[in-house]
Design a protein around this ligand. Sequence first.
Ligand code: OSB
Ligand code: MG
Length: 372
Amino acid sequence: MIEKVTLYLVEMELVFPFETSFGVEKKKRFVLVEVVEDGISGWGEAPVSLHPLYSYETAGTAWSVLEKSFIPFLFKEKIENPYEFHEKIKKFRGHPMAKASLELALFDLYAKKNKKPLREIYGGTKKEVEAGVSLGIEKDIEILFERISYFLEKNYRRIKLKIKPGWDVEVIEKVREKFPDIALSVDANQAYKENDIEHLKLLDRFNLLMIEQPFPADELELHRRLQEEIETPICLDESVCSLKDMKRAWKMKAMRILNVKPGRVGGACEVLKMHEFALEEKIPLWCGGMLESGVGRAHNLHLATLSSFVLPNDISENKRYYERDITYPLFEITSRGTLMVPEKEGIGVEVDISFLEKITLKKQSFPTKSFT
Ligand code: OSB
Ligand code: MG
């Protein structure tokens, strides 16, 4: 039985500002969850953003529902494992990142108790995972060229560029001139509208691996219309928050590729169901990222070992995100452009508790004395 749950509100500064169609992110503020049983700690992360732009969740909303609803529920129902948690937590609406943080912490603990790496619990088959990098919008194209060159030299297998109206076709044209053969994709984070369809069709000439989430999350029909008119596969991110969403988007041909993030879909159990559907329907998956700390990234790495994850992932070295991370050993890219999946128990990386404490803005353990 779970003895203790601790929440940490953590703030970490990015090595370089990350600009998307939503705006500029300079730091990550997120909630880290630690569950303890028999002296063993399991760790999970709610990869929330500073403002409700990517989704409605923020560090504040995640902390609040964890504190007020999910953690009391876990103790009240005497939940034993992540599978049971997944089934029971469904009765609460929404808040997938908050649910995922607790579920993933339970998965880490469950794997540690079974003395297995998480990859084995999930049935993942890969020992290493293809690393890609997601690059933000820059002040000018020369800086972007430098960034791209830097990550290509480090052997990253795919470069993803953020786009928005005013930073799209011309930029991609210049990038393609300079780097004619690299694996390249773009991500608009919902920045376009119906009357941009003709403009977006111009991206079809650049041999892109995919165009990620050009339209708002609830505009499946616009994605279907664009997909019908272009060869480049459309990949969904924000639009798909469950297996049900995935089935709908696939059946109506609104996507050909899916970016999977455990936080967005409420945890690893949902990812496992989506993996099964992807195998049946031959849908290429890859694991996205939310600029996670080492905890969240380790979880992503284990999930990306599933056989339906066939494309390079948004999983990069710790150093691409943070000068100093909260876990060790660090993930380092191999000469093959991969990250090795830790073989130790659970997530397979240790949390640097003393550094974590230093960057923790707020910490609370449950049950508290006044806990009901
Ligand atoms: O849309 O994939 C996205 C980061 C924050 C929020 C949304 C997205 C991203 C990224 C970064 O693209 C991926 C990473 O963590 O490397
Ligand atoms: Mg995306």
